[in-house]
Write a protein that binds this ligand. Structure first.
Ligand SMILES: *Cc1c(COP(=O)(O)O)cnc(C)c1O
Length: 221
């Protein structure tokens, strides 16, 4: 069994190698440690190894963990799972960044919570990506709505391509997201996971969301 420290070193090496191929500075790529389903102690272990940015998918699950993480002063938490509008107030309290905003209604609900939040818009680039995410043609209205919310700081776009073992299948999605972010003047691109982070970095990712490669297999939610 590898230790978390060894797996972290391997993920950092993969990020550095891909950045090097793309002539990019790896310092411009955030490693977001995805700790969904894993207990609070796993977040603490990762924090002890220097990780500071954490991704969680479920508001309710995170509610159970957060009380055990209060002393991790520099930790920042990102919601990367689908958000229901009735959970916006709670999500705004617990998270620093919401990466899954996909409707003006969700943006307004988050804004109403009254806490400053970093925001990424989740984009759906094909029907196979499921229900979550705004299609590209809705982005102009969605961006305008978020920019009218004084508590929301719009940073960029996020997407999750349909799963494939071959990361070349993800690449066109990453290229498309990059192009959309450029068109709308948004600096952050959250794309790439354990199996396709190299292609994502080559296509401009500034945030890679990595769970399995750091923490191993998850049980089903
Ligand atoms: C679970 C999850 C990840 C991490 O996936 P791994 O394959 O475990 O690295 C990244 N992004 C989102 C949106 C997820 O739900």
């Amino acid at each position: 069994m590898d230790t978390l420290q060894q797996r972290l070193a391997e993920v950092r090496r993969r990020i550095a190698t891909a950045a090097d191929r793309a002539h990019r500075d790896p310092a411009g790529i955030m490693l977001l440690a995805v700790t969904k389903i894993f207990p609070a102690q796993v977040v603490r272990d990762a924090y002890a190894l220097g990780l500071r940015e954490f991704g969680e998918n479920y508001v309710q699950e995170f509610e159970g963990k957060l009380p055990q993480l209060g002393d991790l002063a520099a930790a920042r938490f990102h919601l990367i799972g689908h958000l229901q509008s009735n959970k916006c107030a709670r999500a705004a309290e617990m998270f620093d960044c919401i990466q899954t905003v996909d409707s003006p209604k969700l943006a307004r609900r988050l804004n109403q919570a009254g806490k400053p939040l970093d925001i990424l818009l989740e984009v759906k680039l094909s029907p196979e990506q499921g229900k979550a995410g705004a299609p590209p043609e809705e982005l102009p209205d969605l961006i305008a709505a978020v920019r009218e919310c004084p508590n929301l700081r719009l940073l960029g776009l996020m997407t999750m391509p349909p799963w494939s073992a071959d990361q070349e299948q993800s690449r066109p999605y990453f290229q498309r997201l990059h192009e959309l972010a450029g068109r709308h003047g948004l600096p952050q691109l959250s794309m790439g996971m354990s199996h396709d982070l190299e292609a994502a970095i080559e296509e401009g990712a500034t945030i890679v969301r990595v769970g399995t490669a750091l923490f191993g297999k998850r049980r089903k939610p």
